[in-house]
Design a protein around this ligand. Sequence first.
Ligand code: GTP
Ligand code: MG
Length: 418
Amino acid sequence: MASDKPHMNLVVIGHVDHGKSTLVGRLMLDTDQFPAHVIEQFKKEATEKGKGSFFLAWVMDNLKEERERGVTIDVAHKKFDTDKYYFTIIDAPGHRDFVKNMITGASQADAAILTCSAIEGPQAQTKEHVFLSKTLGIDQLIVAVNKMDAVDYSEEKFNEAVEGVKKLTKLIGFKDDQVRFVPVSAFAGTNIKDKAPEMGWYSGPTLLEAVDMFDLPNKPTDKPLRLPVQDVYSITGIGTVPVGKIETGLLKPGMQVHFNPSNKIAECKSIEMHHEMLDKAEPGDNVGFNCRGLGKNDIRRGDVGAPTDAPATVAKTFTAQVIVLNHPSVITVGYTPVFHAYTAQTACQFEEIQKVIRGGKEVENTFMKTGDQGVVKIRPTRPMVVEKAADFPPLGRFAIRDMGQTVAVGVAVDVEAR
Ligand code: GTP
Ligand code: MG
């Protein structure tokens, strides 16, 4: 059994270099996910090469290698557990594709840890990531004010970062009790598992105590299955294995699964999570499942698995409520940016601008600009699953990106099926 403890998905977000990967490495270490001899080996090798301080990064690099060598189902996901929960942790990767991948990660998460450097305080991506997380349905956040070792564990520096981040979370609509602030050093391992004597001024929880304070998300098991496919693997001797997080409903071996928009049906033969077989998977579970009668290229990232009697809706058009966050000029009919929803990324065209609200008032306008809210009709340029956000929230929320920026966010209020 994967674990008898309840399962939660956590995404680690934050500005470049604020310590996301180091924090994930540290959480893995402090919850004993690596055998002691492996850690000793890393410390030894890193020290011999004069890079003792890199040993945490080495731990992560080793995982990366491991991932590339074997075809495992939990590619970008790692796990750890506490007394209370069993966590899948998603380290949003850096570099160019960062925001795109961060959106996928956040769309799969029940809660987020935001790393914010105590040296720099909140930066551009701190704001963008928090905004996107909220849009994608995350309403529980821990702000790990990181690199406290580099500011002499100063209470003043911590408070500065807290004030800066609080301004953002308030603006974005988080309530005070949905956000918790914890000073840490991911690098030194301070206040992660054990209370830190260096920060006698801090009386709150350690990071591992704080993650146990997350509320368990409710599990919509009564709805039909919706399982957005994140990746599809072909494993020798086993067959085709789609991987993804179940959003609603249940998946059981023997079930016929209908994948849309590819319109393929296959039998689920077996299900696994973190290398352990499951006889049933439920909302929140990040699974790989072996499918009879499915070729590797029959389906792809962005397909959504569902029961044959309630397949996911392939949208001809959909009506959306959108908020324009950041557009260099104006959005008019014909604009075709990329919509990021669950694991799908599809160019979609603005077909009608039905309503524009500016400064709280409806205006007669045929364009939208930064700060506007509106109701628009959207047409995907390729087949794409979209559900009404009211029915299946994770499949009806999206970020709209263009020119390397998030220009708008929105929800689908109505869907015209193909
Ligand atoms: P991207 O994935 O590129 O966005 O970066 P990241 O947020 O994953 O940051 P990463 O963990 O790679 O750390 C970036 C740098 O900050 C590295 O040099 C780390 O060693 C350093 N760093 C991370 N955490 C701490 C910390 O707690 N204290 C100090 N002093 N340095 C840290
Ligand atoms: Mg990183």
